[in-house]
Structures are given as structure tokens and as C-alpha cells.
Design a protein around this ligand. Structure first.
Ligand code: SAH
Length: 225
């Protein structure tokens, strides 16, 4: 069972990805638990303030350390967390290997930044791991956190009906996935490769592997090890 606690100033932004599909099934079957925490509930400031201007000047508000620390302390009193993750564009980019490892853990906190980000002291003192989802900047960490959670939920044993399915996706084995086809076998003279209809398991496996290698060389040569 993987439990994830998400801390955010806009928790409503992140709920819908968990309301359907594989992720919902993982939650319904109790393979995966997810909780949302509104940072404003942990603010002791007037009007539930959670952000303030930057010291030294510069545009953009910064999330303050105190409400974040209150929330993380509150959670850490109740259970041990394996990682306390901050989603941020200036970090190592998420890859399948990292998702595989995180999916085997029990308790994770994910902190979503907003505006200009969080006070650096949060990153120095409270966070154990930072993750980016790519070299582009979004307005908040909510979508990145949803991306991370989805990639973990589908790996938790039992979440996907056929557990081998997640292992045949792209990036497992450092290869992109082969193309896939379904009925009809002939659509307006566009035919499915005949080997897939042959019933010969070994030939099909070889074909898939060759296609994987071919596509990876063409599209993402850098990931082949
Ligand atoms: N000032 C920061 C960007 C802040 S974007 C900088 O220049 O690096 C606001 C918030 O959105 C961040 O705190 C982070 O939580 C989230 N975010 C934006 N882009 C992201 C990305 N590519 N990966 C992960 N989180 C991201």
C-alpha cells in the first residue's frame, strides 16, 4: 500500500486526475491512498496568508516556510515518511527508474509550489528529494504532482489488472514500446502486420523487440543502454 499526502495552496486543482481510470481503481482497491492538504489550513497568519514578497526585491510571491513546516510536522507526527518531495522545474527530471523505486515505498509527501516557488529554507531543511517533470515552467506544482502520482499508482502491484502490462510500457528495459494494433485486422486496406495474426508467440516477441529497438533508435537514441 502506497500512501501519498499532497500539500498545495490549490488542492482542488489536483483532484480530478484521481477520479477515474487506473488511478481510481488503485484507490478503490486500497492499493493506493491519496490525501490532499490545503496549505492555508496550516497558516497562523492573518487571513490564512501562506505567501509573501521576496526579500531583496523581484516579482512574484514566495510560499513561506512556516505553514509548510506546520503541515509537514503534523503529518510526520502520525507516521514515518520515506521521502518528502518538492516538485520544481530546477531538479532532476522524473524518469521511469525513479517512479519504479518510489512506487515500492509506503509513505510519501509531495509539496507543490506556486507563484515564484517556496522559500529556499524549505528546500534546504524539510525536503528530502526534488523532482521536475520536464524543462518547462508551469504555474504550480499540482499538475506535476498529479503526473508523478499517476506514474506511481499504475506501478503499485494490483493497480493494473494484468500486472505485466506496466512492465511492457516504454522506458522499462530502456526502450520505447512497440506499436500496438486492435480490430479490425483490415481497415480500408490498412492492414495489421501479419506476424501479429500468426499465433507464433516467438515470432511475435521478436517482432515486438525489433520494433522497439528500431523506434528507440529513431526517436530516443539516448535512452538505449
Ligand atoms: N521560479 C521558479 C518556477 C516557479 S513555477 C523557477 O524559475 O524555477 C511555480 C511552481 O510550479 C514551482 O514551485 C513548482 O512547484 C511547480 N512547477 C513548475 N514547473 C514545474 C516542472 N517542470 N516540474 C515540476 N514542478 C514544476
Amino acid at each position: 500500500m502506497l500512501r501519498i499526502d499532497i500539500i498545495s495552496v490549490k488542492p482542488d486543482l489536483i483532484k480530478s486526475p484521481f477520479e477515474g481510470s487506473i488511478v481510481k481503481r488503485a484507490i478503490d482497491k486500497n492499493y493506493f491512498e491519496i490525501y490532499f492538504h490545503d496549505l492555508k489550513d496550516y497558516s497562523n497568519y492573518k487571513r490564512k496568508q501562506v505567501d509573501d514578497y521576496q526579500f531583496g526585491g523581484g516579482s512574484g510571491m514566495v510560499l513561506m516556510i512556516e505553514p509548510i513546516k506546520n503541515c509537514i510536522d503534523f503529518l510526520c507526527k502520525q507516521r514515518n515518511y520515506d521521502e518528502i518531495i518538492y516538485m520544481t522545474p530546477d531538479a532532476k527530471i522524473l524518469d521511469q527508474k525513479t517512479s519504479n523505486r518510489l512506487s515500492t515505498l509506503e509513505n510519501l509527501i509531495i509539496l507543490c509550489g506556486h507563484y515564484k516557488g517556496v522559500d529556499q529554507r524549505v528546500r534546504d531543511q524539510l525536503i528530502t528529494m526534488e523532482i521536475s517533470i520536464g524543462d518547462y515552467v508551469l504555474s504550480g506544482g499540482e499538475l506535476p504532482a498529479a503526473v508523478l502520482c499517476d506514474s506511481l499508482a499504475r506501478l503499485v502491484p494490483g493497480a493494473i489488472g494484468d500486472s505485466t502490462s506496466a512492465l511492457t510500457d516504454s522506458f522499462q528495459d530502456n526502450l520505447l514500446a512497440p506499436p500496438v494494433y486492435t480490430r479490425p485486422a483490415n481497415f480500408e486496406n490498412l492492414k495489421v502486420p501479419s506476424v501479429l495474426l500468426s499465433g507464433n508467440k516467438k515470432e511475435i516477441e521478436n517482432w515486438k523487440e525489433n520494433k522497439s529497438i528500431e523506434r528507440t533508435k529513431q526517436i530516443r537514441p539516448g535512452i538505449i543502454k
